[in-house]
Design a protein around this ligand. Structure first.
Ligand SMILES: Nc1nc2c(ncn2[C@@H]2O[C@H](COP(=O)(O)OP(=O)(O)OP(=O)(O)O)[C@@H](O)[C@H]2O)c(=O)[nH]1
Ligand SMILES: [Mg+2]
Length: 457
């Protein structure tokens, strides 16, 4: 891909809404020619003569033929998303109409935007920092309200304010140390060593929860993975259907019905869960296909966040047959289905002191208990979206490097290593923070980050 930086002065255009038929379709133009272009198309109304932040109902024409009647939003530089003159055209959402408007705009001198180019311009014009730009991408991709809240928090600068705090503290630090270096011949100490140690600890305490929050990254973005396992005929497929509220998997009294893995998603109290129904596990199978199904089951529960172990409520000790060695580090919920046959619901304990939830998938009884338990095990039940959360891989890797750098500083201090050396490490730490907020970036890195956006963002 050509670098977006080389075409920095171009006026760019893109459809900001998805392709396909809809009530409305929005086209966005940004750059120095935006006003000229809209005036050329809106022959009866000179949009550029109005104030910024105004809306205009107008007809667009090209080569004397009417393209559409549209609403134009006018944003003049520097008060726009990109910081440039920016026009948003709300047209009728027909692909042919939108295509013809786009064509006319490019004929007037704009070019089709590269992925993420609007956000890139917003960033380059200092309208947003890098974490906010990335949050736009995360927000648009978010599939749950939780992911949306985290992204919105970043967009409002949540991450940025934490980082600023960090950076200020480090700068204070660096200044005192460098002062010491300037006066090195006099052998004075401006920096109180205890205060310094405290400060490093404080900074590490500040970033530790950020780093830890990445643990939730996958769960927030892609859903908590639950795999239902159990012997054939225990009602795994019936349970999947009950949780999805849909007849997704085939249910039958024949043992060994499910062979392939069946997967779907549901949201419970804002948390997205991915649930997988698998082939029943049994010690001996004569059937080749069933054996392949069982292998697939094993592969899938090894990557689960939560294993939902299902048995028949008529024998609460059936769990004993299961080989738990491979899944010792997994979260497991023990569920006994067909509780309608013993007319007992709620939480009981079996002989192994395992907590077992009694439910009936068929009668949809006890499901709330199970859902609450899954929510609890997901760790996201009391997730506080106001806390800064790192859900971006790039941020996580820089924070990891920053933490190592702080540990280095701490060790260097304890071992009475020279101030020059420590000051070097502090600079490195400041560099890392700059990389996070985008104060320090190379063109290549920016191109890479923004090219992952879709066109129109
Ligand atoms: N009484 C009662 N029957 C149930 C319940 N849940 C499932 N069943 C029945 O148990 C039988 C097996 O159900 P499935 O959901 O197909 O069981 P499975 O675990 O997916 O079975 P395999 O795919 O063969 O491993 C069916 O006849 C269901 O109607 C329940 O809560 N109560
Ligand atoms: Mg099944």
């Amino acid at each position: 891909m050509q670098s977006t930086f080389t075409n920095w002065n171009d006026t760019i255009v893109a459809q900001a809404t998805p392709q396909g038929y809809a009530a409305l379709g929005i086209i966005r133009i940004s750059g120095t020619k935006s006003l000229y272009i809209i005036d050329t198309l809106s022959i009866h109304k000179k949009i550029s003569s109005y104030n910024s932040h105004t809306l205009h109902l107008t007809k667009l024409y090209y080569n004397n033929s009417l393209l559409d009647e549209v609403v134009v939003s006018l944003f003049k530089t520097p008060n726009s998303f990109t910081g440039e003159d920016l026009i948003e055209i709300s047209a009728h959402g027909s692909p042919t109409v939108l295509q013809s408007i786009l064509m006319a705009i490019t004929q007037c001198g704009a070019r089709i935007a590269n992925p993420g180019e609007f956000s890139l311009r917003a960033f380059l014009n200092k309208k947003i920092d890098l974490t906010q730009a990335e949050a736009i991408g995360d927000l648009i991709e978010s599939q749950t309200t939780l992911a949306q809240k985290v992204a919105l928090h970043h967009l409002r600068g949540g991450f940025k304010s934490d980082l600023k705090l960090l950076k200020d503290k480090l700068l204070q630090f660096a200044a005192l140390l460098e002062l010491e270096l300037d006066f090195s011949e006099e052998d004075v100490e401006f920096l109180n060593r205890d205060d310094f140690h405290q400060l490093i600890l404080q900074i590490r305490t500040l970033i530790a929860p950020l780093i830890h929050s990445f643990t939730w990254n996958n769960a927030i973005k892609n859903g908590v993975k639950i795999v239902i396992v159990g012997a054939p005929n225990t009602g795994k497929s019936t349970l999947l259907n009950a949780l999805l509220n849909e007849d997704k998997a085939i249910v039958s009294p024949i043992a060994g019905t499910t062979r392939d893995i069946i997967e779907d998603r549901f949201v419970y109290k804002h948390v997205l869960f991915r649930i997988l129904d698998t082939a029943g596990l049994r010690a001996h199978s004569q059937d080749d296909i069933e054996r392949i199904g069982m292998q697939k089951t094993k592969a899938s529960y090894l990557t689960a966040d939560i294993i939902l172990m299902l048995i028949d409520a008529r024998n609460l000790n059936d769990f004993n047959d299961f080989d738990f060695n491979e899944i010792q580090d997994k979260k497991i919920v023990f569920v006994a289905n067909k509780a309608d046959l013993i007319q007992k619901y709620g939480i009981v304990e079996n002989h192994q002191n395992q907590e077992v939830l009694l439910i009936s998938a068929k009668e949809k009884l006890g499901l709330n208990l199970l859902q609450d338990k899954l929510l609890l095990l997901s760790g996201l039940s009391d997730f506080n979206d106001q806390n800064s959360t790192v859900i971006n891989v790039r941020h996580k890797s820089i924070l990891d490097a920053l933490e190592l750098c702080l540990i280095d500083i701490e060790n260097a201090f304890e071992n009475k290593v020279s101030s020059e050396y420590i000051s070097l490490h502090i600079r490195e730490a400041l560099q890392k923070i700059g990389e996070l907020t985008g104060d320090i970036t190379t063109e290549n890195k920016l191109d890479y980050i923004f090219s992952k956006f879709c066109i129109g963002k």
